[in-house]
Ligand binder design. Structure first.
Ligand code: AMP
Length: 111
């Protein structure tokens, strides 16, 4: 079954898309945890970071570079959180690799 992010990539369901190229797509999270909450998603369906293969590793660099770019464009380059949940115990709910970029407020230390 297609993940919700595949449905966004195929335009089956709408999203507020802020970036797209052949390999990545980024859009606003539907349930933001801060004033800025973007998701940076691979178009290739990889369930999580744990399943990344060596040939997928260049995607990680591209995702972090895109995070820098989007953080600047959204005015949070001075402080933001970039994280990926891996597996149900970490609270992952969509099994399609993505980074959360969260900022726009004082996040403070991780609880
Ligand atoms: P995770 O729990 O780390 O797998 O993150 C999944 C994220 O996807 C959550 O923060 C959800 O709010 C977000 N999400 C789920 N469905 C959508 C959607 N249709 N559009 C945008 N974000 C979504």
């Amino acid at each position: 079954m297609a993940t919700v992010f595949e449905k966004i990539i195929s335009r089956e369901i709408p999203a507020d898309i802020v970036f797209e190229n052949e390999r990545l797509i980024a859009f606003h999270d539907i349930a933001p945890k801060g004033p800025i909450h973007l998701l940076i998603v691979t178009k290739k369906v990889i369930p999580s970071l744990q399943e990344m293969a060596p040939e997928d590793l260049p995607l990680l660099g591209e995702m972090t570079q895109l995070a820098q770019q989007l953080a600047s464009q959204h005015g949070v380059a001075d402080g933001y959180r970039l994280l990926t949940n891996i597996g149900p115990n970490a609270g992952q709910t969509v099994f399609h690799l993505h980074f959360h970029l969260i900022g726009g407020k004082t996040l403070g230390p991780m609880a």
